[in-house]
Design a protein around this ligand. Structure first.
Ligand code: PHE
Ligand code: FE
Length: 298
């Protein structure tokens, strides 16, 4: 289902564009892309993980697990429990079966970051790409590129929630559409401030649902209790105008009331919104506009 009229970048163009965005001296992506198929899918060679890697997974998992109560939303905790992945790096096919029974989503193994078009295609078909490699010990607390711990622990639990799962598919379809509308910058900001760094109100108080928060040892506490960042009611146009930080904790979090709200507020046709926002300057990540309320840290 290709709705985009943009030409699809070749693998060479993909690597070149990644190199452009990185200031590392040699900026090759770190995964092994040699055996990837046309959709960038690989086999997860589960037997190749070392005992050290499984042990590191357990330590990462246990650290996050004890931070999650009272900080992650209930839907995330329910999904995490059902996935039962504490003991070893998960077999993606097994987890995929659990997920498929819950919401009709599947997991596919990928070598690492993949081109936008392939990413959107997977989501639009209810497939979530999971990086196969695990971070090194030196990256235990902080990693730049997403690894299997971020992708699995951060993203998969909420894909067991039917409303969030539907939203994720709509996002994928919206991505394919945005490619033909010069809307990818705005759409990426939406992804960042919701799926990666979103907060949600609950009867018990503010909770995190973004994968970037929930897979982080530090930001999971910071986002809820630090007085430094802004916490602002979620509003699509405001989010799409807002720049974001990729190498520090967020300066602003946007707060939804429910996943139903996320699904509904992102349902309208974004075509006129992209046109409008492409003519406006973006807002700095630490903006608080007049009339906006910086929500208290419950
Ligand atoms: N409604 C958006 C559009 O028309 C698509 C979309 C849905 C984007 C959900 C993001 C999330 O382009
Ligand atoms: Fe992510």
């Amino acid at each position: 289902m290709k709705t985009s009229t943009t030409s699809i970048p070749s693998t060479e163009e993909f690597f070149a564009s990644v190199a452009d965005k990185s200031n590392a001296a040699e900026s090759a992506l770190r995964g092994d892309y040699r055996h990837a198929d046309a959709q960038y899918v690989v086999q997860q060679d589960w037997d190749a993980y070392t005992p050290e890697q499984h042990a590191r997974w357990r330590r990462l998992y246990q650290r996050q697990l004890q931070l999650v109560p009272g900080r992650a939303c209930d839907e995330f905790i329910a999904g995490l429990t059902e996935l039962d992945a504490a003991d070893a790096i998960p077999h993606l096919e097994q987890a995929s079966d659990t997920l498929f029974k819950a919401t009709g989503w599947r997991l596919v193994a990928v070598p690492g970051l993949i081109p936008e078009h392939s990413f959107f295609e997977h989501l639009a078909h209810r497939r979530f790409p999971i990086t196969v490699w695990l971070r090194d010990e030196s990256e235990f607390d902080y990693i730049v590129e997403p690894d299997i711990f971020h992708d699995f622990f951060g993203h998969v639990p909420l894909l067991l929630n039917p409303v969030f799962a539907d939203h994720m598919q709509e996002y994928g379809k919206g991505g394919l559409k945005a490619m033909g509308l010069n809307g990818l910058t705005q759409l990426a900001r939406l992804y960042w401030y919701t799926i990666e760094f979103g907060l949600i109100n609950s009867a018990q108080g503010l909770r995190a649902y973004g994968a970037g928060i929930l897979s982080s040892g530090g930001e999971i506490e910071y986002c809820l209790s630090s007085p430094a960042p802004r916490r602002i009611r979620f509003e699509v146009e405001r989010v799409m105008r807002t720049l974001y930080k990729i190498d520090s904790y967020q300066e602003t979090y946007f707060v939804i009331d429910s996943f139903q709200q996320l699904l509904q507020d992102t349902a309208p046709d974004f075509t006129p919104l992209y046109a409008k926002l492409n003519g406006l300057p973006a807002l700095p990540a630490d903006s608080l506009l007049s009339g906006e309320i910086n929500l208290p840290t419950s």
